[in-house]
Ligand binder design. Structure first.
Ligand SMILES: [Zn+2]
Ligand SMILES: [Zn+2]
Ligand SMILES: [Zn+2]
Ligand SMILES: [Zn+2]
Ligand SMILES: [Zn+2]
Length: 212
């Protein structure tokens, strides 16, 4: 029984939202793993939200919400061209937007980030450029942050953790259990406090679905 659940869970982490609701046959799944997974491991994009030159304040994982209100895993994530357009709407690239606990954050116009369309225009007033004034624990206001996509080589060159190569879809910036902590208290080199803590792929993927 436990094995069945593990297998089901493993399947969904690997296939992700890629093929809709139809389950692949065991044979198709084997082929998928042979074809897609090696490419994915080679081309993974590490996604973080930060101020230019600063720490990774947030590491984006499969469940992290985009401004378009779809999750990272609902965007194209398997490609070396850094094209992260949404599979479910007209959003052209994944963009992390911070929240206030369970509420969306507010723009300078006082309306929620979610009241703003894909062009960042407010549906409730004349505001035409969303600006979230919420202050990040790193000390900078949210609007100075941007969503950054890096290749493995770029991460390594910057001395940031890349974790183990994992077969799972849409892992974004998650490289270990510590990735779930906000940047200002994270202990790996992408955070403010130092040492590398890299865990096994299994732990990485399990931790990823506790997020948001
Ligand atoms: Zn989006
Ligand atoms: Zn979308
Ligand atoms: Zn407004
Ligand atoms: Zn606004
Ligand atoms: Zn920050």
């Amino acid at each position: 029984m436990a094995n069945d659940i593990d297998a089901y869970w493993e399947y969904h982490k690997i296939v992700g939202d890629e093929v809709g609701d139809t389950l692949l046959t065991p044979q198709q799944f084997e082929e998928y793993k042979k074809k897609v997974v090696p490419e994915r491991m080679k081309n993974r994009l590490y996604v973080s939200w930060r101020v230019e030159g600063g720490i990774d304040c947030e590491l984006v994982g499969p469940e992290s919400m985009c401004h378009c209100q779809h999750r990272y895993r609902q965007h194209h994530t398997d490609n070396p061209q850094r094209n992260t357009k949404c599979k479910n709407c007209r959003c052209k690239k994944y963009e992390f937007v911070p929240r206030m606990g369970s509420q969306p954050a507010r723009c300078k116009c006082k309306h929620y980030s979610t009241d703003h369309d894909l062009k960042k225009e407010c549906n409730k007033c004349t505001c035409t450029s969303m600006r979230i004034t919420l202050s990040c624990p790193c000390g900078s206001p949210a609007y100075l942050h941007y969503t950054c996509l890096e290749t493995k080589e770029e991460r390594l060159a910057a001395g940031k953790p890349v974790g183990q190569d994992v077969p799972y879809a849409a892992m974004g910036g998650l490289t270990g259990f510590s990735s779930l902590a906000p940047g200002y208290m994270r202990f790996d080199p992408s955070g403010a406090r130092g040492d590398s803590v890299d865990l096994q792929p299994d732990t990485v993927a399990r931790s990823s679905h506790q997020r948001y």
